[in-house]
Design a protein around this ligand. Structure first.
Ligand SMILES: *Cc1c(COP(=O)(O)O)cnc(C)c1O
Length: 228
């Protein structure tokens, strides 16, 4: 795929988001696009930037640290990969967001590093909605207790929830899973948490996610093409 295609795909995606907001009675402009640039070459990231993309998501710390200095400073970087506690400091220092917080230990380390670098890191708690043993993320059952502890940590701003459902062709099933994350978010809001972000939906299922309340969709291949 050429870099010109990326500008076209970016526009197509923006239109598709607006269309989905309309179809599913979402507030216009309530869904943001995070471009997932893992394993994509620099010229594609630059093309995304040139097309107007300002939110970029990376999964691997080293790869992200190599790319960041090569791009303009006004990009908001989101860490969306699995974050080991020993990487927490670097993640807190280099990213504006971390979507994959799934333990108090990790949250505490991110908080400590954020305070040390005098910043406020926005985070999402990653939820393993389908309770798959091999997947990261906390269970719905343990979510309220973790949210309560994380919300108290200085240096972190608990913004919402994130999930990565098993890839699924069935839109009804996808929507069911996304709806459960939305409900969990509503439950936390009822408990007094001030949350504004539901990070859910990828290239193949973002419309289902928008239907169920996503505010931030994470799109990789539909924007940048197949990964290397
Ligand atoms: C890779 C990745 C994406 C993007 O996936 P696509 O199917 O290419 O859109 C989104 N979220 C996470 C957590 C990812 O790891």
């Amino acid at each position: 795929m050429t870099t010109t295609n990326i500008a076209q795909r970016y526009q197509t995606l923006l239109h598709s988001i607006i269309d989905a907001e309309r179809r599913f009675s979402r507030v216009q402009g309530s869904v943001a696009l995070l471009g997932v640039s893992k394993k994509q070459p620099m010229e594609k990231l630059q093309a995304g930037y040139d097309a107007g993309l300002r939110l970029m998501g990376e999964n691997y710390l080293q790869e992200a640290q190599d790319k960041m200095p090569q791009l303009p400073k006004d990009i908001e970087w989101h860490f969306i990969g699995h974050c080991q506690s020993n990487k927490a400091k670097a993640v807190a220092e280099n990213f504006a967001w971390c979507h994959t917080v799934d333990s108090l230990k990790l949250a505490t380390r991110l908080a400590k590093a954020s305070v040390a670098s005098q910043k406020q890191l926005s985070i999402c708690l990653q939820v393993n909605i389908e309770n798959e043993p091999t997947k990261s993320g906390i269970s719905l059952d343990s979510l309220p207790a973790l949210a309560e502890k994380v919300a108290e940590l200085r240096g972190l701003s608990l913004r919402g929830l994130m999930c990565i459902p098993t890839p699924c062709e069935d839109e009804v099933q996808s929507r069911r899973v996304f709806a459960r994350l939305w409900r969990a978010q509503e439950d936390l809001i009822d408990r007094g948490h001030n949350l504004d972000t539901l990070s859910m939906g990828m290239s193949h299922d973002y419309e289902a996610a928008i239907a169920e309340g996503a505010t931030l969709i994470r799109v990789g291949s539909a924007l940048f093409g197949e990964r290397q």
